[in-house]
Write a protein that binds this ligand. Structure first.
Ligand code: SAH
Length: 391
């Protein structure tokens, strides 16, 4: 298995299959306590957790037995809960200071932390602080406080679950992904909080590249397909752009709920099949379509069809994807061109080789008949799925 350069994302080197992923596959770990009834020992459980490369655990504070002066003063400001009696059953063992000390030398270092520059770290810490409530303030199901240890375990589990959901999105038809997200609303939350943590570990984020590039283009109407938290809209609308943001679930006022690989709720049309003349269709309002890391479902080629349908003539389609997803960049470009685009720009971000950026321009085209669409759809394997990294 070839590893992705993007922490948390892995692309298989083996031939691609669109078979649905099995979430039930278990990781084999030696279990010295097998068969023996043990009381729940969270500290022990934590030691069994994957200790490094959990990019999702980046907000963890290393538990150093001799904390730095800074850490000591921080602790003084926010007293730890471990030493306090805890009424929730699951915390009783883990909360004991003795156990807490035992696990102390084990620093949580992550791919993410290793790769972060000092300003990035600071920015990340600030964002973590904004996004992640302090462990001491969390409530367990029973209504008691969550210890730092419990919170750390929760984050590890969240990370593993994020990666599994991520893989599932890449290996499912978008209609199944959409159903899955709606049947289990928690899943969408888990996915996006996991995504936010992943982004912290990247040297640069495609959306940030677009924000910088587009900030000076007021008046532009953009459709952001697979917008996530609608960061693009939140940054560009104040600068005078119109950003219509679409995602599977809408949990924030900027987001319009839609399956981007099905029919987008936007005007626009394809050239009439009765008309043999090349055309661009009618009724378009969108100047630019952005697909930033969002060509996920096995039916992603339909998203490109929708992008073409809603774009004005000469409108731009911007695609940012994880570089190692491309089976063959030339073939990918040829495929997108076959919808009625011409490639304007293709580049690997200089500061970050993890992602490849394309700009295509919509051009006139003759109507495409069903048979031709089927041939286009059959090429979905030109983008490999990202896989759950089993450790
Ligand atoms: N573009 C955002 C989010 C990238 S994560 C950013 O770069 O920050 C990929 C996003 O695509 C997720 O929010 C996921 O829910 C969304 N997505 C994937 N397939 C989708 C589909 N078929 N319809 C709508 N959104 C989809």
């Amino acid at each position: 298995m070839a590893f992705f350069e993007v922490p948390g994302w892995t692309v298989p080197s083996a031939p691609i299959s669109n078979a649905p992923t099995s979430l039930s596959r278990k990781r084999k770990r030696p279990n010295p306590d097998a068969g023996v009834a043990q009381p729940v020992n969270l500290d022990k459980l934590m030691r069994k957790m994957p200790k490094t490369t959990e990019a999702e655990a980046v907000s963890e504070v290393p538990r150093d037995p001799k904390p730095s002066k800074k850490a000591r003063s921080k602790r003084n400001r926010k007293p730890q809960k471990e030493g306090k009696p805890d009424t929730t059953p699951a915390t009783s063992t883990a909360a004991a200071p003795k156990n807490a000390k035992k696990s102390a030398p084990r620093e949580v270092t992550t791919e993410a932390q290793a790769g972060l520059s000092a300003p990035k770290k600071k920015q990340k810490q600030q964002q973590d602080a904004a996004e992640e409530p302090k462990p001491s303030k969390k409530k367990s199901k029973e209504g008691g406080q969550l210890t730092t240890l419990q919170d750390r375990m929760r984050q590890s589990l969240d990370g593993a679950r994020f990666r599994m959901i991520n893989e599932t999105l890449y290996k499912s038809h978008s209609s199944d992904a959409s159903r899955m997200m709606h049947e289990d609303p928690q899943m969408f939350e888990e996915y996006h909080s996991g995504f936010r943590r992943q982004v912290q570990s990247w040297p640069s984020n495609p959306v940030e590249v677009y924000i910088e590039e587009l900030s000076s283009r007021p008046g532009l109407v953009i459709a952001d397909l697979g917008c996530g938290d609608a960061v693009l809209a939140q940054s560009l609308i104040p600068k005078g752009l119109t950003v219509l943001s679409f995602d599977l679930v809408s949990r924030n006022p900027y987001v319009i709920e839609a399956d981007i690989c099905a029919k987008l709720p936007l005007p626009g049309s394809e050239p009439s099949i009765d008309d043999s003349e090349p055309g661009a269709g009618d009724a378009h309002v969108v100047d630019m379509v952005v697909c930033a890391l969002s060509l996920m479902g096995t039916n992603w080629p339909n998203c490109i069809r929708e992008a073409w349908r809603v774009l004005k003539p000469d409108g731009e389609l911007k695609i940012a994807e994880v570089a190692s997803r491309f089976k063959d960049v030339k073939e990918f470009v040829a495929l997108i061109n076959s919808y009625g685009f011409r490639v304007k720009k293709e580049l690997k971000n200089k500061s970050n080789s993890h992602f490849t950026f394309f700009t295509f321009v919509k051009i006139l085209r003759a109507p495409i008949v069903d048979e031709e669409w089927q041939e286009i759809y059959a090429k979905s394997n030109l983008l490999k799925p990202c896989e759950y990294k089993r450790r």
